[in-house]
Design a protein around this ligand. Structure first.
Ligand code: ADP
Ligand code: MG
Length: 526
């Protein structure tokens, strides 16, 4: 499409191709044309002309909203998305109605072009959200520095309008409010559930969905994350998976807002975490004990400093470094072959790109069939997949034995029982600036298990956390730091009191075990 329009008093030649909108000044200014990629476009709208004084009126116009990357001004500081609106007046025909029709034609073509140019960058995109996408957006006003509402109003509200996404904003009133809402909601009303908060509110949403009788369908509702908290690990992770340069704060918010509006859906692993009381939780981020769990909880009181709360908490904890005794066992990923992916991993989502096919044709090759120790599996009921607690909803934990029985013989039991920290993560980031498992992906079916044994010096532990800001901590050759890939694990702390966190949230303390369930959930992350 080609046209000549006016923008801010200047005449432009505008052309729209399959991938780009090109804008050239018509007067001979010598300025090069501006080229906007439709992959960076959120949407476009037409505006009718406005009545002015004395019967005169302005002509109809259309706007296109782009969020291209712009290099930051200071050296070596990378690039971040920023907003550029292009608005043009249409006054070619002299007939206001024909001009408005022309403006609408352009807006529609740009919108459709922007939808066709959604580039899957995570390599794991499996579907698009329904259009128009009706979003239930849950916002925790207490998250982070208590600014989530303001941040929503200053960035996200406008982006959702630009992308023509109808949404309902619900401000949570207390802890577990979102969990209860999601547990009871009529999900047929929503094409996506989004949170604006830290990881804690996503934890509520995931567990609310898994507590429903229809959990198997409910957990496939695409989830969106908008970082408004102090611990925005999932937001930082999905940004990282796109191969983008690290950003934080409001730049990360704009990046995640852009992804939410584009609506590309990826599969997401969930880890089921079972406690001694038979309670079972679903986790998308981490299970921590020792140093990291203590920092998680102790740093709550520094939430006014935002994402820096973890750095502050780490320094305070380093001063009172201690050893945590217990037994750690795990099922190594290589031992168990492909991650178990029972029948729930198949779904009716429309495939939009090739990469997913490699992971969508799972065979049920649980270790029960694969492992040499389990050739006699059929005759051994004790090793058959089963629920440790049949009243709990969700997929059965085929890799776990009941907590009061020993772990299966082919698991690895860590000899050392003196730890400084045990951290299981299934996303790359543990916080906006902590890349705990750089190799982790949304649906790799892997628990990235990192543990640090006693004897590490304060200086070495500090170096470890500093290196984690770049994600280089796993190649520092410190003998006290161990990194393994696992499918399941069990942790049995010896002390009667202590702290265990799941996705940064405090959970029941005591023996705990976990297994990863590949591709159980859906996350808007593309
Ligand atoms: P942050 O990253 O700042 O910690 P989270 O999203 O993790 O933000 O939320 C922190 C805690 O607040 C979570 O435990 C969450 O369940 C809880 N929460 C959610 N909504 C509210 C609310 N309206 N008031 C108080 N706490 C809430
Ligand atoms: Mg939190």
């Amino acid at each position: 499409m080609h046209g000549e329009f006016t923008g801010k008093g200047v005449r432009y030649a505008v052309s729209l191709s399959e991938r780009e909108l090109t804008v050239r000044r018509l007067c001979a200014s010598g300025k090069p044309a501006a080229v906007f990629s439709l992959a960076d476009c959120l949407g476009s709208r037409a505006h009718p002309g406005e009545e002015e004084e004395e019967g005169a009126s302005t002509s109809a116009s259309f706007s296109a909203y782009f969020y291209p990357f712009r290099r930051r001004r200071w050296a070596g500081a990378g690039a971040a998305r920023h907003r550029v609106e292009q608005r043009f007046r249409v006054s070619s025909s002299g007939d206001p109605r024909a001009d408005l029709e022309e403006a609408r034609r352009w807006a529609r073509a740009i919108r459709e072009g922007s939808l066709r140019n959604r580039v899957p960058r995570t390599g794991a995109v499996c579907a698009e959200v329904q259009r128009p996408c009706r979003v239930l957006l849950l916002l925790n006003p207490q998250s982070g520095r208590g600014q989530a509402r303001t941040l929503f109003a200053s960035h996200i509200e406008r982006m959702l309008q630009e992308a023509s996404i109808p949404y309902t904003l619900t401000i949570t009133e207390r802890q577990n409010h979102a969990r209860e809402l999601v547990r009871e909601a009529d999900l047929s009303q929503w094409d996506a559930l989004a949170i604006m908060s830290g990881d804690g509110l996503l934890f509520e949403v995931v567990n609310g969905l898994m507590e429903r009788d229809d959990w198997e369908e409910a957990i496939k509702t695409p989830l969106g994350v908008l970082p408004g908290g102090s611990g925005n690990a999932v937001a930082a992770s999905i940004h990282h998976y796109c191969g983008l340069q690290p950003v934080s704060g409001e730049e990360l918010l704009v990046s995640c807002g852009f992804m939410l509006c584009k609506g590309l859906v990826s599969r997401l692993d969930l880890t089921s975490v079972c406690m001694a009381s038979s309670q079972r939780l679903f986790s998308f981020l981490s299970l921590a004990w020792g140093f990291v769990a203590d920092v998680d909880i102790e740093s709550e009181k520094y939430r006014h400093v935002g994402a820096a709360r973890f750095t502050l908490g780490t320094l305070v904890r380093l001063a009172s470094l201690r050893v945590y005794q217990g037994k750690l066992s795990y099922l190594p990923a290589e031992e168990s072959g492909s991650p178990p992916s029972p029948e729930y991993s198949t779904d009716s989502l429309t495939d939009v790109s090739q990469p997913i096919s490699s992971s969508s044709d799972y065979s049920d090759d649980s270790p029960c069939q694969n492992h040499p120790l389990h050739n006699s599996c059929n005759s051994n009921n004790a090793l058959k997949p089963k629920r440790t607690n049949p009243s709990v909803l969700g997929p059965p934990d085929s890799l776990l034995m009941p907590l009061d029985q020993p772990v299966p013989a082919h698991w690895t039991v860590v000899k050392n029982e003196d730890f400084v920290l045990v951290l299981a993560v299934y996303q790359s980031h543990l916080a906006e600036d902590l890349i705990a498992a750089p190799a982790s992906r949304l649906e790799d079916g892997v628990i990235h298990l990192i543990y640090v044994t006693a004897g590490i010096s304060r200086a070495a532990l500090l170096r470890l956390f500093l290196a984690m800001e770049k994600g280089t901590h796993l190649s520092t050759n410190c003998p006290h730091v161990v990194y393994v890939k696992a499918r399941a694990l069990r942790l049995e702390p010896y002390s009667p009191k202590g702290t265990i966190t799941v996705d940064g949230e405090l959970v029941e303390y005591g023996p705990v075990q976990a297994q990863i369930h590949r591709s159980l959930a859906r996350l808007i992350a593309g």
